[in-house]
Design a protein around this ligand. Structure first.
Ligand SMILES: [Zn+2]
Length: 217
């Protein structure tokens, strides 16, 4: 059984007779009816059908931030660095492993105040920017960041906007990402348990101060 939404594989679970798809909805998705494409092999036959679901509009508050202007008008070197980063980030987001996640319960990677919630709109130095696609935890530099659940590290890197980052695959495209770190203690390919220290929090990349930006991809 292969389920896709917008060209991306969908995580499916079958706790009983029914099949459930777990889908991350992009913040820029247009509200309305969405299509899921389902295909399955039955003997020598390949069956394909469609089903739908509804996205309802949601309003989020807006947060106004002041950031270092070098993150708004990129120097040629930074432009190059960002151009190097983008395909690597896209590849990590697309990573797929067939083993389903053991759990959907995630632990907060560090204890701290939740300083910015998922979905809030943002202006940077007065200019409209993309909305906040993660959850910020206000922790000082040097706080151990722990894997939210068991998984495998699929990539680590130091990106222009995200700084030092770790991607953990929990199975079937259920991926958590930890960014703005000051130190990375794991390598691509490492298996991690729930609670394994991935590295230390920091203020690398585009930030207004040290914190963890954590997201599911
Ligand atoms: Zn954030």
């Amino acid at each position: 059984m292969n389920v896709t939404y917008g060209g991306h594989r969908v995580l499916t679970v079958k706790p009983g007779d029914d099949l459930f798809g777990i889908i991350g909805i992009p913040l820029d998705a247009t509200p309305g009816t969405q299509k899921l494409h389902i295909s399955a092999a039955q003997g020598t036959l390949q069956l394909a059908y469609e089903t739908g679901f509804e996205i309802k509009p949601k309003a989020y508050p807006t947060q106004h931030l002041k950031i270092d202007p070098r993150f708004l008008k990129l120097s040629p070197e930074n432009q190059q660095r960002n151009e190097r980063d983008q395909p690597l980030i896209a590849a990590a987001k697309k990573h797929w492993s067939d083993t389903p996640p053991e759990t959907f319960t995630l632990d907060l990677p560090a204890a701290g105040r939740l300083s910015a919630r998922f979905g809030i709109g943002r202006t940077l130095n007065g200019r409209e920017s993309s909305p906040h696609g993660g959850l910020d935890v206000a922790v000082g530099t040097g706080t151990p960041l722990r894997a939210a659940a068991a998984g495998r590290v699929i990539a680590t890197d130091d990106y222009f906007y995200s700084g030092k980052s770790v991607w953990v695959d929990h199975g079937q495209g259920f991926i958590t990402l930890y960014i703005h770190m000051s130190r990375i203690d794991v390598n691509a390919g490492d298996s991690v348990e729930r609670g394994t220290t991935l590295g230390l929090s920091g203020a690398t990349g585009r930030v207004t101060g040290p914190h963890l930006h954590w997201r599911c991809c």
